[in-house]
Design a protein around this ligand. Structure first.
Ligand code: 21W
Length: 219
């Protein structure tokens, strides 16, 4: 299986460092994930490759013009049949349930993530091309790139094998049931750190007791 994500942005470099590290990189190398970043500016038909203009009606800041966004989405739709999601402060909030649903609904078709900058994108192209608007929380950011990365990260955790520690044992199905929901406290070496000891039961090797302790310490 290979889930495809297309990211549309005027700042493609923002994604490079994150995508070339760790779990995401591994998933791409293993062919479980395909990520294509598109520079919206390259689609601008403006003489100076402009992608923004002042808002009609006045007000602060600039607005992304519809033409480059429209042409970029048209291009991407040839390769990605999934929904176009606009990362927007006014969208519906991303939750664990939403991330899992996006994975289930889009694992085959893929996902197109559209990132806005400035005050946002001309409403006409959103109404024409966007299927859904998603926000990642009630705080103000400078653009949709970090939110797109959050959606990508949250969704691709559901691709089988991406987390790398899948197993069919009962132990793992217990931790799977908790995954993304509740967490028990984690400890690792050393056994004593600045006088603080690791809970004795975790060193006991007694799996039933460890399971019980972890169930009692969910937060
Ligand atoms: C933030 C753009 C606020 C515009 C009227 C005129 C995407 C985001 C973003 C941004 C405004 C997400 C105003 C959580 C976020 C995003 C950039 C509105 C005030 N009103 N999730 N001017 N938070 N943010 N500016 O910021 O693009 S998903």
């Amino acid at each position: 299986m290979n889930m495809r994500f297309d990211l549309l942005t005027i700042f493609p470099e923002i994604f490079s460092s994150y995508l070339k590290e760790s779990i995401i990189k591994r998933a791409v190398e293993d062919g479980k994930l395909k990520i294509v970043v598109h520079d919206i500016r390259k689609f601008s038909k403006d003489r100076h490759h402009k992608v923004d203009a002042p808002p009609y009606g006045g007000g602060p800041g600039m607005v992304m013009t519809p033409q480059p966004v429209y042409d970029c989405i048209k291009h991407v739709k040839k390769y990605n049949k999934g929904p176009v999601i606009y990362l927007s402060p006014g969208g519906t909030m991303l939750t664990r349930v939403k991330a899992e649903k996006l994975f289930k609904d889009c694992r085959k078709k893929g996902l197109v993530l559209l990132c806005g900058r400035y005050e946002g994108i001309d409403r006409r192209v959103i109404d024409m091309m966007v299927d859904e608007e998603i926000s990642i929380g009630k705080y103000v950011l400078t653009g949709g790139e970090l939110p797109a990365m959050v959606v990508l990260d949250a969704v691709c955790r559901y691709i089988p094998g991406v987390l790398g520690h899948e197993s069919s044992t009962e132990e793992e199905s217990f931790s799977r049931a908790l995954k993304g929901k509740k967490e028990y406290p984690h400890y690792t070496r050393p056994e004593v750190f600045k006088g603080e000891k690791v809970p004795e039961v975790l060193l006991s090797g007694h799996h039933a007791n460890i399971k019980k302790w972890r169930e009692q310490h969910l937060e």
